[in-house]
Design a protein around this ligand. Structure first.
Ligand SMILES: Nc1nc2c(c(=O)[nH]1)N[C@H]1C(S)=C(S)[C@@H](COP(=O)(O)OP(=O)(O)OC[C@H]3O[C@@H](n4cnc5c(=O)[nH]c(N)nc54)[C@H](O)[C@@H]3O)O[C@H]1N2
Ligand SMILES: Nc1nc2c(c(=O)[nH]1)N[C@H]1C(S)=C(S)[C@@H](COP(=O)(O)OP(=O)(O)OC[C@H]3O[C@@H](n4cnc5c(=O)[nH]c(N)nc54)[C@H](O)[C@@H]3O)O[C@H]1N2
Ligand SMILES: [Mo]
Length: 747
């Protein structure tokens, strides 16, 4: 570093976690990053983040890590041999596109599937979608069956739009929670604490006590997977005791009588037997929720991976919010932000209309799990468009079904899938039943992975491409919280090191080589951002320096406001324009239009013999700092905070094992799918007979070669989770990753 070089400070958009909640100040000299401090203009960044302690030590470890991918790599040995040749970007793009064009000519464009993960850099989502749509493939894959999908779709079918999780200290009188936001969403955890200190009541429904349990007025440790039954009983109490908002129901809801009928049998006593919670607790918490208004049920991801009930449970949540008159009461903001005046939204960038209808029919699982496939997206979108002039973008709302895709790769039926591009996703650690993915990888003709580090997936790839990180990439967030009414920016602090590039550059350059020359007019990310900010007459640089972020003002009770285009109230984005307790769209798609509860796939009641063999209820994926899914295990200062994969066991359970298990012992977890080894934390924070295992573990320090693949089979809890499509949720195919069963013994 030249010591005369002046130090520069840049406000970057930190992506150490995918909540993409904060800007941070990156200090640099020339192209050398020197330290990272909180951005004082950005609320929250300082108080919460354990990842950026010590002047951003971990960020520097990340940026300069010796194992970072820096050049395009082409496989030279067999898949999994870890033998690579360094090639140029041009060679990589020429070869990949030539292969894709040949496969398309032989098998049709649907032979390509592309997969992304959760909220990573925003140029990792819509450009992939745009490329696929222009290429002609409907096989856009992600994790919406187990992440936000069930929630988004439950809200959309009920309320016409997926609202924003929102609470206001001093205003919100009651919060119903099912998560531990201290680990999964620290800024939100602060808001929860503030609500509590301002007198709000907290009901925590969670088999794990955790930090939210400590704040709770009512702690409800129910049997995992049974929330649906609990909420049906809440609906029962609220309807029978007439605690609902009669005026709102009368004026703005359809299907109330059907709902009343559906929950009639769900007395607190009946739910008590299902949920292992006293009937009095169920009835009392229902009353507290309904009478302390405004109240909010902040449904995080506990229900999303809760097959077979996830979607239906979230429908019940949306209905509770509606009938108690809690829609949009200063703590729930419902309604689309068209983004008209702020920026060109993601939906407009995707080019979803460029795929012919016939081609959409080939989407794997689209027809079967239609609520999250094209048929559902189309029906929901038509209503949204009618009322609001825009609709939810498709990349997270219109997806192929992973478990069916892996099976189709193996069978070749009804058509062959030959190529897979993985950008911002780690299938072998994130999906249930990774063994089937591993087998599918072996059958593919072409696998391309875009990432920062080698990992179990890159080992199985033909081409691995090096990505730039958030200190060396311009970022414009346009999709935070599944809305399009908020945007935030961060300028890159330094030029990318070596040959690292952004996701956008990859998709554009690939598109240019696959016949899409007219559709990618913006050469650089900055060019795209200038275009997307054109409604504001600001360039990206001006926006990033002057504003950093922007949001359309929140409009409460938007459904009552007059839509200037029609002269009528906006209403809700559903076919009836009202809250649909009985959903016309679900009816049309052939599903239960109201809601109901089913026993979990594996449980002492649904599979008693199985439960004798595998007697413990297993929940997975409770988030932990400082990790983000499979990320950061190779960052020394972060790994030191949390070195091992943990499974939580109640002391009574641990003592009853033969031999007994003590805190810190290694244990094996096993069921019909396989076996993994984790370290026991013996704690009363988890109920007797329940095990809570961390997710997405692999070991960058272990042998990278096949079959070890960085030890991906050793402690990856997804090995135990069954992805059989026949036991996935019927409406949108959510699979069992929150409630399985297993046995446990000392390793
Ligand atoms: N058992 C169990 N499994 C789960 C869950 C659970 O609770 N339990 N949770 C599920 C949920 S909710 C989710 S969202 C998924 C997460 O699934 P994924 O999003 O696939 O999660 P990651 O493991 O973080 O994989 C992301 C990969 O992309 C890389 N990456 C990050 N950002 C970018 C980017 O912008 N561009 C590119 N090219 N690469 C990037 C990272 O280095 C990493 O290798 O996991 C799911 N899996
Ligand atoms: N540090 C960190 N933060 C993250 C992530 C990360 O990987 N690391 N991932 C991000 C992503 S993509 C997502 S989707 C969010 C998820 O955000 P959250 O949903 O807040 O994440 P989890 O910690 O998985 O919370 C699930 C909670 O559900 C509880 N639970 C499990 N089974 C049941 C059940 O049957 N019923 C009930 N009521 N509760 C149950 C668990 O005890 C756990 O507390 O987190 C985001 N934030
Ligand atoms: Mo997620």
């Amino acid at each position: 570093m030249d010591s005369r070089e002046k130090e520069k400070v840049t406000s970057c958009r930190c992506h150490f976690c995918g909540s993409a909640a904060c800007n941070v100040n990156v200090f640099s000299k020339g192209d050398m990053v020197t330290k990272v401090l909180p951005d004082p203009e950005w609320p929250n960044s300082e108080a919460h983040c354990s990842r950026l302690a010590n002047e951003g030590k971990a960020a520097l470890e990340y940026h300069y890590h010796a194992d970072r991918l820096n050049y395009p790599l082409k496989r030279t040995g067999k898949r999994g041999e870890n033998a690579w040749e360094q090639i140029s970007w041009d060679q990589a793009l020429d070869e990949i596109s030539a292969r894709l064009n040949a496969l398309r000519a032989e098998f049709g464009p649907e032979t390509l599937a592309a997969i992304t993960g959760t909220h990573h850099y925003s140029d990792n989502t819509w450009p992939k979608s745009r490329f696929l749509n222009l290429f002609g493939s409907p096989n856009n894959l992600g994790n919406e069956q187990i992440c936000h999908g069930p929630m988004t779709k439950a809200y959309e079918t009920t309320l016409g739009w997926a609202g924003q999780l929102y609470m206001v200290a001093g205003v919100t009188k009651c919060l119903v929670l099912n998560s531990n936001q201290r680990e999964s969403a620290p800024p939100m955890f602060s808001n929860i604490e503030q609500c509590k200190w301002a007198g709000g009541k907290i009901i925590s429904i969670n088999p794990r006590f955790g930090d939210v349990g400590r704040l709770a007025d009512y702690y409800v440790p129910l049997r995992p997977g049974t929330d649906g039954a609990l909420y049906l009983a809440w609906l029962h109490v609220i309807i029978e005791e007439e605690l609902y908002d009669k005026e709102f129901v009368e004026k703005w809801c359809v299907g109330f009588d059907d709902l009343r009928e559906a929950v009639k049998e769900w007395t607190p006593e009946k739910a008590a037997e299902v949920c292992w919670v006293p009937a009095d607790t169920i009835a009392e918490t229902a009353r507290v929720y309904a009478t302390n208004k405004p109240s909010r049920i902040i449904a995080m991801q506990a229900y999303d991976g809760q097959a077979p009930n996830g979607f239906r449970t979230l429908r019940a949540v949306a209905m509770l919010e509606a009938i108690t008159g809690n829609i949009d009461d200063a703590c729930y903001v419902l309604g689309p932000y068209t983004g008209e005046n702020l920026f060109i939204d993601d939906f407009q960038m995707e080019c979803t209309d460029r795929i012919p209808e016939d081609q959409w029919k080939k989407q794997v699982g689209g027809e079967r799990f239609s609520v999250l496939g094209y048929p559902g997206w189309k029906l929901i979108g038509e209503q949204q468009k009618k009322r609001f002039g825009t609709q939810m973008y498709s990349y997270w709302s219109n997806q192929a079904h992973g478990p069916l895709v892996w099976r189709q790769i193996l069978s070749g039926e009804p058509y062959p899938i030959k190529a897979l591009i993985i950008s911002g996703a780690a299938p072998l650690t994130k999906y249930s039943n990774p063994k089937i993915i591993y087998e599918a990888y072996k059958k593919l003709d072409l696998i391309v992975v875009l990432d920062f580090f080698h990992n179990p997936n890159t080992m199985m790839a033909d081409y691995v491409l090096p990505m730039s990180d958030w200190m060396e990439r311009d970022i414009l967030e346009t999709n935070t919280g599944h809305l399009s009414g908020f945007l935030a920016s961060g300028m890159r602090a330094v030029n990318p090191m070596f040959e690292r590039r952004s996701d956008y550059e990859f998709w554009r350059e690939l598109g240019m080589r696959c016949g899409q020359q007219d559709d990618w007019p913006w050469k650089t990310l900055r060019d795209v951002y200038d275009y997307r900010l054109s409604p504001q007459n600001l360039t990206f640089e001006e926006f990033a320096l002057r504003k950093k972020s922007d949001a359309i003002p929140l409009v409460y009770h938007m459904y009552e406001q007059t839509n200037p285009k029609t002269g009528k109230p906006y209403g809700f984005g559903t076919p009836s324009g009202k809250v649909e307790l009985k959903s016309a769209i679900l009816d049309e798609l052939g599903f239960d239009p109201v809601t109901h509860y089913e026993e979990p796939n594996f449980s002492p009641y649904s599979t008693p013999e199985y439960a004798e063999k595998y007697p413990y209820i297993l929940i997975t994926g409770g988030r932990v700092q400082p990790y983000y899914h499979s990320e950061h295990r190779q960052i020394p200062s972060l790994r030191a905070q949390h070195p091992d994969p943990i499974v939580e066991i109640n002391p009574e359970t641990a003592q009853a094992l033969n031999p007994p298990v003590a805190d810190g012992d290694w244990v094996q977890l096993e069921n019909h799918m396989g076996r993994v080894k984790m370290r026991a934390r013996v704690t009363t924070a988890i109920g007797v007979g329940i095990l809570s295992a961390e997710h997405n573990w692999w070991f960058p320090e272990k042998d990278p070669k096949d079959p070890s693949l960085f030890g991906v089979w050793d402690s990856n809890i997804n090995v135990l989770l069954d992805d059989d499509p026949d036991i996935c949720g019927e409406e949108l195919g959510e699979y069992t990753n929150k409630n399985a069963m297993c046995t446990v013994y000392k390793a």
